[in-house]
Design a protein around this ligand. Structure first.
Ligand SMILES: C[S@@+](CC[C@H](N)C(=O)[O-])C[C@H]1O[C@@H](n2cnc3c(N)ncnc32)[C@H](O)[C@@H]1O
Length: 226
């Protein structure tokens, strides 16, 4: 490149560098603010929040790995500060194609501010099957960040009922747990005609986590709440 050409683009290069430093600083501040909100909420309700800090980027990317625009609309349960949500949006899914269920009102208003066109339901994911019949067979994929190990089998059953009524017949539910086993017991999966596939172990998360994919065994849902 000639000297005159280099001099002519120098201001542009300087501006790009300053802008990217500014964006990095802003992102660091957002991550810090999200972590503080998470920690405060966890201190008030550790069992419900189920983790001290938001999931790390490696887990966000593993749990959303198979999700794309063809799965829209997408359902997410237990969104917290929205780390999985952000990853889904980065994959090109429009925010108006997101249905976000989060029980904590502070997290819910945080999500509302970050994803204003998403449909945010500040409610208990166990009630989804009762409240959202309009979602029936519309959802292409669901992501779950709920602390399932802290829930009873009855609660898990209700959650699966809500999710699999909302999912299209080919849709899958992606979830994670900090243990070695799938957090949904095998007998419950059998009873509902579902199967769990181990997808990935994510070491770069605190604590390390495992991602599971839950699908219908024969394209059929055997659940019945009665
Ligand atoms: C382990 S945190 C995961 C947050 C986020 N997905 C992440 O990975 O950082 C669990 C989240 O589920 C929410 N939650 C817990 N029980 C819930 C329920 N019954 N219905 C909806 N959300 C719930 C908590 O408020 C919290 O935001």
């Amino acid at each position: 490149m000639t000297l005159s050409k280099t001099l002519s683009i120098a201001p542009l290069l300087l501006w790009t560098k300053a802008a990217s430093e500014g964006l990095n600083r802003l992102a660091r501040r957002n991550i810090l603010a999200d972590s503080v909100l998470f920690l405060k909420t966890w201190r008030q309700n550790p069992g419900k929040v189920g983790a001290i800090l938001p999931s790390w980027p490696a887990l966000s990317s593993a749990i959303t790995r198979e999700i794309g625009t063809e799965h829209a609309p997408i359902l997410e349960l237990g969104c917290g500060t929205g780390v999985f949500t952000r990853r889904i949006v980065k994959k090109g899914v429009a925010t108006h194609d997101l249905v976000l269920v989060e029980t904590d009102p502070r997290f819910a208003s945080h999500l509302q501010a970050k994803f204003p066109s998403a449909r945010i339901l500040c409610s208990d994911a166990c009630q989804l099957y009762l409240q959202e019949s309009s979602l029936e067979s519309t959802i292409g994929a669901a992501v779950c960040g709920l602390p399932l190990l802290n829930m009873s089998t009855r609660q898990q059953w209700r959650i699966l009922h809500g999710v699999f009524c909302a999912l299209r017949s080919t849709g899958a539910l992606y979830l994670f747990s900090y243990g070695m086993r799938c957090p949904i017991p095998g007998r419950l999966l059998d009873r509902l005609g579902l199967r769990a596939q181990k997808m990935e172990t994510v070491l770069l998360n605190a604590p390390p986590a495992r991602v599971w994919k839950i699908t219908r065994r024969h394209g059929k849902w055997l659940g019945n709440m009665k």
